[in-house]
Design a protein around this ligand. Structure first.
Ligand code: AP5
Length: 214
């Protein structure tokens, strides 16, 4: 199964992709996570992406397309994957079509997560993750069971993303509305677009997705 999760920053793409990954044994491919790993590794690609990401703008189509094309050739993608954060522009969506044709792959479904922009600022500025295992939390919506201790690994160090401040979030929302929202109709015209209510509680959003996927 090959899926795309579409939605603005904070829509819950990463949260739901991780859940679908576990339920369907398919892998989450987050271009944001891949870029952050490049930044952390100190690679040339990471150096190129760092400043762009921290400003809330989009990294170049060429770089992202190359990165995703080589990633989906890896063995762990054979059983299927969930694209989280890609495509994000019309050229990326068109390049993905060409890529799938060349690799003999078929896109099963594009799920659009419909949310309210203003609520996304609160979701993103309250988000943090366990530094040891990456489990995600939120100041209001998803706290660890024991304050300051990760539910998954017991870690006590947490971190916040450099681009998760109110000012950058607004630039990211603007980039989404100007550059990414147009691809909703791109997939609508292909007849593979489904929409869900991303403002519902996290478990309910998962249920809506599973009902769609079957
Ligand atoms: P990326 O990492 O993809 O960030 P994003 O799209 O801005 O999305 P987020 O990760 O912020 O949000 P999400 O939808 O995954 O929400 P989450 O599940 O975490 O990209 C970062 C940057 O990299 C970009 O700005 C760009 O520069 C670059 N980049 C990446 N891909 C690119 C591409 N293809 N082309 C060009 N540049 C690219 O949830 C958010 C919070 O809300 C969490 O705390 C969560 O617990 C909570 N939450 C989730 N769902 C709910 C719910 N239903 N109710 C209440 N709280 C919820």
């Amino acid at each position: 199964m090959k899926l795309i999760l579409l939605g603005p920053p904070g829509a819950g793409k990463g949260t739901q992709a991780k859940r679908l990954q576990e339920s369907y044994s398919i892998i989450q491919l987050s271009t944001g996570d891949m870029l952050r790993a490049e930044v952390d590794s100190g690679s040339a690609l990471g150096a190129q992406a760092k400043e762009v990401m921290e400003s809330g703008e989009l990294v170049s189509d060429e770089l992202i397309i190359k990165m995703i094309s080589s990633r989906i050739d890896k063995d762990d993608c054979k059983a299927g994957f969930i694209l989280d954060g890609f495509p994000r522009t019309t050229p990326q969506a068109e390049a993905l079509d060409v890529m799938f044709d060349e690799k003999g792959l078929k896109l099963d479904c594009v799920i659009e997560m419909q949310v309210d922009d203003e609520a996304m600022v609160e979701r993103i500025t309250g988000r943090y993750t366990c530094s040891a295992c990456g489990r995600g939390y939120h100041d209001s919506f998803k706290k660890p069971d024991v304050e300051g201790v990760c539910n998954k690994c017991g870690g006590t160090e947490f971190s916040r993303r450099a681009d998760d401040n109110a000012e950058t979030v607004r630039s990211r929302l603007q980039a989404y509305n100007e550059q990414t929202a147009p691809i909703i109709s791109y997939y609508g015209n292909k007849g593979i677009l489904k929409s869900i209510d991303g403002m519902a509680a996290i478990d309910d959003v998962t249920k809506q997705m599973k009902d769609l996927i079957g």
